[in-house]
Write a protein that binds this ligand. Sequence first.
Ligand code: NI
Length: 179
Amino acid sequence: MPSRALDDPVLERRRLAALAQIRQFGDPALRIPAVPITEFDEALRDDVERMAAIMYDARGVGLAAPQIGSLRRLVVIRGGEDEPLLVLCNPRVVWRSEEEESDFEGCLSIGEVSVEVSRAVAVRVEAQDVEGRAFELEPEGYAARVIQHEIDHLDGILMLDRAPPEQRREALRELRDGI
Ligand code: NI
């Protein structure tokens, strides 16, 4: 999810350096379904740390492993104020509300583009933490939107795939012309 230019030149350089490490639209890694995590080891913790650093520096709210070219089912999501990082290994949506809501989304892998996406307003998600312990969460509203967006990345699905056709065409035009 999105990122905007910062006034502070140091933070802005850091943001651009982080963005440079994120796979961008057109990269095949964004289209390949990720594989389940079976080893909850040091390498996984390293991926989590690297993804969290990139996400915070890029000023994103969430990041999925395929966005840094790692094809495992791993998502990190920025916690709320004074809340820790949320790490989701092998997350699965096991229930979604019938009620949906449409709102604008951005993506760290899709430049400055934002499109409207209709998402369930509440979901139940089963996942494992970085040690492999199972847990469940039931986000609503914006948090539910972010989680659905990030889990989509694990299946090679991008927000553009879910946008209204006219907005998708406009977004593709913007991306092609580099506006
Ligand atoms: Ni995204």
